[in-house]
Design a protein around this ligand. Structure first.
Ligand code: HEM
Length: 460
């Protein structure tokens, strides 16, 4: 088929004048996405005046992800992300990506994970060991605090002091709350100094400054010991082939630090919250989970050597990220006219792919709305992960293994030490769709599982 005979992309029905599908998308984004595959493998929607082609087919999604030079990072989402976080690994265009990925990849090599898991266990143990019997807390906030601490401890080799954590978390809340608005508003409206816009700009600048301070502090006091090597020390000592000069400038280092913090905090915290919530809604799942955790850990915090035995915990986590993939919709910008399936995509077209949409296709997952961790029962070897929840191709999530190790350790450890009674109706979904698909607030009251104290020694 030549480009002249390729069929036009289907238009989603129901577009309103001027606003297009924006009201429907904002009102119920997940239901809106689930309805799109009925119209074709590629479906054009209009968010305001902006047309966006949504990929509704797993194979075509794979094609988009693999052809990362043609379907490059871009579109309103990544433009705003670059404004907020600079040109980090997740946001840079494909032309700069290969080099950056080569520099950063060693920090995520499998051989480093036993060491990272040791840090994770220690941080989890310290934080959840500080909770007390009868305490009511917001699991949305607390899981984010743990995930942030774990990322900073592994990236910077240092814990996050509580004043810095609070500042970063507050600024990130402001950023996330304003992000969708900023991605959807046309530029002139983004620049109007409304209180919301001013708060957003300030938070963006402060996140960068905080990361810049942490990086400078690390340069001044960080360890040169190879045993203690972390992402930042690897990046500081990185050299391009045949060069003695540092591969990354200070500004580029800060970009990477902001990227790892933002990519590694909300995502893992969201996955954890959904896993806890969904397990609590399905008592037989919760019971099996508790049996496994009790048998394997006997009241301890989970460590690296426990991972092969926490198979059901891993299945529950997998199923939670299938049901609610933290990165639920992402965009690409088409760099040249190109065929995609039976269609011709014009240069400049914004493409969206949605791990949420793909994870809910009945052709891939029978009865997709059912929470069923048994889908992930490993038949020998490692259990797979849901298609596209970590993206794919050259831009696939560099932190996938990190997230799964951390997620299993954290989920098992929380349940090992504490009974978490979720308050009925406490889950408050954010009103506007946000960058990640996280529950907003999730209140729970804690009861210690063991009366002998909770900070028992982990197996490392
Ligand atoms: C459950 C947890 C996580 C999920 C679901 C997730 C999901 C994703 C997805 C879908 C992408 C691809 C984005 C795109 O195609 O535009 C991505 C990229 C990325 N993620 Fe994750 N992520 C998770 C955890 C993490 C963690 C813990 C880290 C770091 C410690 C991390 C760091 C990154 C980075 C740096 C990229 C960009 C990779 C590149 O372009 O080379 N992620 N992630």
């Amino acid at each position: 088929m030549d480009s002249g005979t390729r069929s036009p992309v289907a238009q989603a029905p129901g577009a309103l004048p001027v606003l297009g599908h924006l009201p429907a998308f904002l009102r119920a984004p997940l239901a809106f996405l689930r309805g799109l595959p009925a119209h074709g493998p590629l479906v054009e929607i209009r968010l305001g005046r902006k047309p966006v082609v949504v990929v509704c087919d797993p194979e075509l999604t794979r094609t988009v992800l693999v052809r990362d030079r043609v379907f490059d990072k871009g579109g309103p989402l990544f433009e705003r992300l670059r404004e907020a976080g600079g040109q980090g690994l997740a946001t840079c265009p494909s032309g700069e990506h290969r080099r950056l990925r080569r520099l950063i990849q060693p920090a995520f090599h499998h051989s480093r994970f036993a060491g990272y898991a040791g840090i994770m266990t220690e941080r989890i143990d310290t934080i959840i060991g500080g909770w007390h019997d009868g305490q009511t807390l917001d699991l949305g906030v607390e899981t984010r605090r743990i995930a942030a601490d774990v990322v900073v401890s592994t990236v910077f080799g240092t814990g996050l002091n509580s004043a810095v954590h609070t500042r970063l978390a507050t600024d990130f809340d402001t950023l996330l709350a304003g992000f969708t608005r900023h991605s959807l508003l046309p530029e002139p409206l983004r620049k109007v100094p409304t209180p919301g816009n001013v708060r957003y700009e300030r938070a963006t600048r402060r996140v960068r400054r905080t990361m810049s301070d942490l990086t400078a502090e690390y340069r001044a006091h960080g360890s040169a010991d190879a045993e203690e090597a972390n992402l930042l020390s690897l990046l500081i000592s990185a050299r391009d082939p045949g060069s003695d000069a540092p591969a990354l400038t200070d500004g580029e280092l800060v970009d990477q630090a902001v990227t790892m913090y933002s990519a590694g905090t909300e995502t893992t915290a969201g996955a954890l919250c959904w896993a806890l919530y969904l397990a609590a809604q399905h008592p037989p799942v919760e019971e099996r989970l508790m049996t496994e955790v009790g048998t394997v850990l006997g009241g301890r915090t989970a460590g690296w050597s426990d991972l092969p035995h926490l198979t059901y915990t891993r299945q529950v986590l997998n199923e939670a990220i299938r049901m609610y993939p933290p990165g639920w919709i992402l965009t690409r910008q088409t760099e040249k006219d190109t065929p995609l399936g039976p269609h011709l995509i014009r240069q400049g077209t914004t493409i969206a792919y949605s791990p949420y949409l793909i994870s809910h296709l009945p052709s891939l997952y029978r009865d997709p709305e059912r929470f069923d961790p048994d889908r992930w029962e490993a038949r020998g070897g490692e259990p797979e992960v849901p298609v596209t929840v970590f993206g794919g191709g050259a831009r696939k999530c560099i932190g996938d293994e990190f997230a799964l190790v951390e997620g299993v350790l954290l989920l098992a450890s929380l349940l090992s030490h504490w009974r978490l009674d979720l308050h009925p109706g406490s889950l408050t979904l954010p009103r506007l769709p946000q960058l990640t698909l996280n529950p907003g607030r999730m209140k729970a009251t804690l009861t210690a599982r063991s009366h002998h104290g909770h900070a028992s020694l982990a197996s490392r």
